[in-house]
Design a protein. Structure first.
Length: 162
């Protein structure tokens, strides 16, 4: 009988390698997951306040709101290195909603985007409360004499019963 040769490879070796990798990676992953907030660049309360102030200051003017947000985030020393100053709008089709988005910041842990329609610098912002100057003139009423003549020219209708 031939002596058994010990196999140094195969499935048992592969399983041992996977087990060692998992034993090393899992605690590191858990450690990083518990400290995920320390990797965030922005504070949610500040961003919420900033968005509300931008809307209060500029109303429906999207370009001015975006500029206000980017300028204030650029002025803060903690966030200035992470801000995208090139206003490049990227088209996106997400869940059937097509629009454009301006990526202000993107990283593994967070992103800050403006999603919607790229503002047109040549067109004023839409406001449902503003009256446009291109309204047609109001309809003119016919003079009362013309109204009477029309009524007189129409014969009265009669109904007969049999």
């Amino acid at each position: 009988m031939a002596p058994k040769s010990s196999s140094s490879g195969g499935i048992p070796c592969l399983l041992k390698t996977i087990a060692v990798i998992l034993a090393v990676v899992t605690p590191v992953w858990y450690f990083l997951e518990q400290r995920l907030e320390s990797f965030y660049v922005f504070e949610t309360d500040h961003l919420h306040d900033l968005a509300k102030r931008g809307i209060e200051a500029h109303g429906n003017d999207t370009r001015a709101i975006v500029k206000y947000i980017v300028d204030e985030l650029s002025d803060r020393t903690e966030t200035t290195a992470y801000i995208n100053h090139d206003e490049e709008w990227v088209f996106n089709n997400a869940g059937g909603a097509m629009g454009a988005m301006y990526i202000i910041h993107a990283s593994i842990t967070e992103y800050l985007i403006i999603f919607g329609k790229q503002p047109n610098p040549n067109k004023p912002p839409f406001s449902p409360f503003k009256q446009t100057t291109n309204n047609p003139p109001p309809l003119k009423q016919a003079p009362p004499s013309a109204q009477r003549a029309t009524r007189a020219a129409t014969p009265p209708t009669t109904t007969s019963t049999s």
